[in-house]
Write a protein that binds this ligand. Sequence first.
Ligand SMILES: [Zn+2]
Length: 146
Amino acid sequence: MRAALDAARAPGADVPIGAVVFDPDGHPLASARNARVELADPTAHAEILALRAAAREYGDGWRLEGCTLAVTLEPCTMCAGALVLARVARLVFGAWEPKTGAVSSLWDVVRDRRLNHRPEVHGGVLESDCAALLETYFADRRPGGE
Ligand SMILES: [Zn+2]
């Protein structure tokens, strides 16, 4: 999760959300920061970018079996769907996202019993550090805000 926080803190115009994919031995394969603005791509969430880069480095081209995805914020429906499709073994996330979260807040996409692949989930890891990064980002953007 510290590596995902480092990815989130990388320079960029977007909301600071970071993700890292680790191989089954715990070595980082790829990390990414949310980059929707830079890439003019509504799907350029940190998780999607990290999964794509990791799949180029590891596995048979798209399966990330045995891998762990760490992300600073609870994934949305798109990212939750993508990590299930990538067969990620373990999802670790930091802050809860009550407005769009798809790993228990609004939906639980990754543990739906109808799916044939369900990753192990650990939420709320370094939650306050992950949430503080987002709070600072949004506070700096509010008029007259601190
Ligand atoms: Zn997402």
